[in-house]
Design a protein around this ligand. Structure first.
Ligand code: FNR
Length: 341
């Protein structure tokens, strides 16, 4: 049952990719200053958050594990992470906690990528003891906890009780033994949620906004009667979340959801993300074109990221935040309604 769901998630997420066109990232425009450019050779891509140091501000975000197919996908993703040096997150490890015979479909992330930065991924129902087992299986450097009330609601077999999540998250943040990053799965984290997470002791959060993979649609497409079709498009985009998070102290913010190309990475970094995660787009390259193609794609993104930073005169990630950015269209309207300047 779980393995079948994991395979459906991969197939349905892939089917969405060709349709992902315009999103809120397009509303983030840089003012062009023709003499502001720096030198590619001087650009430093390193980033840090919550005591974690990464060589690049780009990572492969949590996707899969828990079926033979998921294991094959993780095998390819792990090799791409190893060859490019980008950090990588596993998919939810609940399938492993339910059925330990699925261990290898996750463990491959570490086996193929022994020196890389690996994040284990769990849900907010997971006990500290289980989380520690998951971290141990992957020799994980950090822990992602996903919060996905919209997805659970749209899932016939989903959870129906969410009120205990904050307490569980606080326990996990205190007891995991590695840095914790709480993330959404494509519906965004509001400023209020980020403040709550900070107060629960969470050092970092990935807003994982809408505009890319849509899990309300995925869960809806898994059932015969599209009962929650109207939830598609729910939530806030990554740019909206990052703008709203501006100036928030005490929690570091990562950005993901709907990232389509290196310019979206630069946009998210300029809006304050410490690093930017990609799921659906990298999955599509891997499954449709193979591991070598994904390695080439990630290298291309790293190269273009450096070039775009030089174009904008930003020598490093913090200086990107000082570039001139214009917010247009519906995203500007969102900012106005939420009182963001
Ligand atoms: C996901 N995502 C996800 N997130 C998570 O925290 N745990 C998980 O198990 C999964 N599973 C999963 C499977 C597949 C096939 C995809 C494509 C995605 C969500 C993912 O991490 C991310 O938040 C969203 O996909 C939005 O980012 P993109 O796809 O628009 O880049």
């Amino acid at each position: 049952m779980t393995a079948e769901r994991k395979d459906q998630h991969i197939e349905l997420a892939l089917a969405q990719q060709p349709g992902i066109g315009a999103n809120d990232f397009d509303a983030v425009r840089f003012v062009h200053h023709a003499l502001a450019g720096g030198d590619v050779a001087a650009v430093d891509l390193r980033t840090s958050f919550a005591g974690v140091h990464w060589p690049v501000p780009l990572y492969i975000n949590g996707m899969t594990g828990g079926s033979a197919r998921a294991g094959e996908v993780n095998h390819g993703l792990a090799i791409a992470a190893r060859e490019t040096g980008v950090p990588i997150a596993s998919g939810s490890m609940s399938a492993y906690f339910k059925d330990p015979s699925q261990a290898d479909t996750y463990r491959v992330l570490r086996r193929e990528n022994p020196d890389g930065f690996v994040l284990a991924n769990i849900n907010a129902e997971t006990s500290v003891e289980q989380a520690r087992r998951g971290i141990e299986l992957l020799a994980a450097d950090a822990l992602q906890i996903h919060i996905n009330a919209v997805q659970e609601t749209a899932m016939p077999e989903g959870d129906r009780a969410f009120s205990h999540w904050p307490e569980r998250i606080a326990e996990l943040a205190a007891g995991a033994g590695v840095p914790v990053v709480v993330k959404e799965v494509g519906f965004g984290l509001s400023r209020r949620t980020l403040e709550r997470l900070r107060d629960l002791g969470v050092p970092a959060a990935d807003v994982a906004g809408r505009g890319g993979t849509d899990f309300a649609r995925i869960e809806n497409d898994r059932r015969r009667l599209g009962e929650f079709a109207y939830l598609s498009g729910w939530g806030q985009s990554a740019p909206a979340c990052l703008l709203e998070a501006g100036g928030l102290d005490g929690i570091d913010v990562l950005g993901s959801g709907g990232v389509r190309h290196p310019l979206d990475v630069v946009r998210a970094l300029a809006l304050g993300a410490a690093a930017v995660g990609v799921s659906g787009r990298f999955l599509a390259v891997l499954v449709q074109e193979g591991t070598e193609a994904l390695i080439a794609e990630i290298r291309r993104w790293q190269g273009q990221l450096t070039q775009l930073m030089a174009l904008l005169g930003a020598v490093d990630v913090p200086s990107l935040r000082r570039t001139d950015v214009l917010i247009t269209g519906e995203l500007a309207e969102y900012c106005r309604l939420r009182g963001i300047d």
